[in-house]
Design a protein around this ligand. Structure first.
Ligand code: FRU
Length: 506
């Protein structure tokens, strides 16, 4: 009998490849969940946060894919579920109805393909999410550490917002453009008019830069050009860019690793035709050591919300022996002040976590003044000072202090320079140092707005003029709180504090 030669059916070959790809991804995700199921629970770690998001176990870094999709906020994150050290990157997944209370969802992305498969490190690096006509679409960097490092941009999609399929067109950007290098990552995508736009971090000749692309379908990308770059002193690589309109200007966020890691915000004007960002200002978004890789989303009320990785590549990560490392900052709102400064203040809805209020009446403070506010290791506090009625050269708060005072974190405002600092030199077993900056435009009043969780401190001054974020690792018993004023009196006009409750569950 003579057989006709079989012509392969391209459609069935494609569908076979799709199901094999899906199976490989599913297997990689199941392996990661198996590891998490068998990891020791970090719940009893005294430094485990109460009102900050963290991975169920293992390692967490950058926030990824922040989006509001079908009535829920999604926060993905760089995750290594197999260990408390950074390693082959997965995307962990959290969801929330209100940005206040959160729940864990299954891991969204795991390394499984030649373009994102981890060997030494690598994997599914940082990226963003968009709603492509009802399809939740993740755009992420595939990182391969082979003979040479390779970074490419990839797409994964989901209809239910939970299970993600890697796209057959991957990698959708297979090589860096002319202004880039092998470091070419962290795509942030947005819609403008009839097109999608993408900004990625890269570098060339020792200067960090951002590269701009345009696409009609999220698969086929055209390189527009270099948005802007370092002046030679502003870091050799720019990571995790985010570009968005804010109060009539355009804002560009990038993260830099210099003597400390930091997130910087630039304001200027972005030209969607040329991809050029005409930069007018440059400033640290947060003056503390632990606010990195920040990413924003536009919420349904039109607010620009930002969340950062509340850690730093320079940290010693003291919780690693307890099976976990890394946490996210509280969500914050970005606005533009009349004088052009980008302000960053805590999300107002966090007040839903407040327990019974505790207040202290107006009083001149001189020397040390102990406070018996409840919830010393987990609280929110607002203190207002009348500067015109104060004579102290400096004043502030001591938080997370031990009974002996050997352990304490000192928040100090210097009246002559308007500098606000957080002194970590006696904060416990984490990194040390004094961090801070000038509170711009201080006139009559200084307002300190403070969030303390079991291993963190987030301080906001005067409606977001200055933010200082730091992890701190004091002993669990170090919960004392006091006010102080040196070289005169500080006129306290209001002090309110609340113990804060957990973000997990309903
Ligand atoms: C920033 C970063 C990103 C990268 C990711 C890898 O913290 O270095 O540039 O995508 O972490 O986990």
């Amino acid at each position: 009998m003579i057989h006709e030669p079989q012509t392969p059916d391209p459609a069935s070959e494609q569908s076979q490849m799709n199901s094999q790809r899906s199976l490989r991804h599913q297997t990689a995700i199941s392996g990661a969940h198996h590891a998490l199921d068998h990891a020791a629970s970090p719940a009893d770690c005294p430094h485990r946060p109460v009102f900050h998001t963290a991975a169920p176990a293992g390692w967490m870094n950058d926030p990824n894919g922040l989006i509001h999709f079908r009535g829920e906020f999604h926060l993905f994150y760089q995750h290594h579920p197999y260990s408390n050290d950074w390693g082959p990157m997965h995307w962990g997944h959290l969801a929330s109805r209100d940005l206040v209370r959160w729940r864990h969802l299954p891991i969204a992305l795991a390394p499984s393909e030649p373009y994102d498969r981890a060997q030494k490190g690598g994997g599914c690096y940082s990226g963003s999410a968009v709603d492509d006509d009802g399809v939740l679409t993740l755009i992420y960097t595939g990182h391969v550490d082979g003979a040479a490092q390779m970074e490419v941009q990839c797409v994964a999609t989901s209809r239910d917002g939970v299970a993600f399929t890697k796209d057959p067109a991957n990698p959708v950007i297979a090589r860096p453009p002319v202004d880039g290098s092998a470091d070419f990552r962290d795509p942030k995508v947005w819609r403008h008019g009839d097109h999608w736009y993408l900004v990625a971090g890269s570098c060339q000749g020792g200067r960090g830069n951002v590269l701009i692309f345009r696409s009609g379908d999220l698969r086929d990308w055209q390189y527009l050009g270099k948005g802007t770059e370092s002046d030679g002193t502003q870091a050799a690589m720019w990571e995790c860019p985010d570009l968005f309109p804010l109060g009539g200007v355009d804002a560009l966020i990038v993260s830099l690793s210099l003597e400390r890691t930091k997130t910087v915000v630039m304001t200027g004007a972005f030209d969607h035709a040329t991809g050029r960002f005409d930069r007018r200002s440059w400033r640290d978004l947060d003056a503390g050591p632990d606010f990195y890789a920040a990413q924003t989303l536009l919420d349904p009320r039109g607010r620009r919300i930002v969340i950062g990785w509340m850690d730093s590549w320079k940290s010693t990560f003291p919780t690693k022996p307890r099976g976990w490392a890394g946490a996210m900052s509280i969500p914050r709102v970005l606005t533009l002040a009349d004088d052009g400064q980008v302000l960053m203040s805590p999300l107002p809805e966090l007040s839903a976590l407040r327990g019974d209020p505790w207040s202290h009446g107006p009083q001149p403070i001189a020397g040390d003044h102990a406070l018996d506010a409840p919830g010393g290791s987990c609280l929110e506090l607002i203190a207002d000072f009348d500067l015109a009625a104060s004579t102290a050269t400096s004043f502030g708060l001591r938080v997370r202090a031990s009974a002996s005072g050997d352990e304490q974190t000192v928040i100090r405002f210097d009246r002559a320079t308007a500098r606000l600092t957080v002194d970590l030199d006696r904060s416990g077993c984490g990194p040390r140092g004094i961090f801070g900056g000038e509170v711009s435009g201080v006139d009559r009043t200084l307002r300190l707005h403070l969030f303390i969780d079991r291993s963190s401190l987030e301080l906001f001054a005067n409606d977001g003029r200055l933010a200082i974020t730091s992890r701190i690792y004091p002993a669990a018993a170090s919960t004392s709180l006091s006010l102080f004023a040196d070289g005169g009196t500080a006129r306290l006009t209001r002090l309110d504090a609340w113990p804060l409750t957990s973000i997990w569950g309903t």
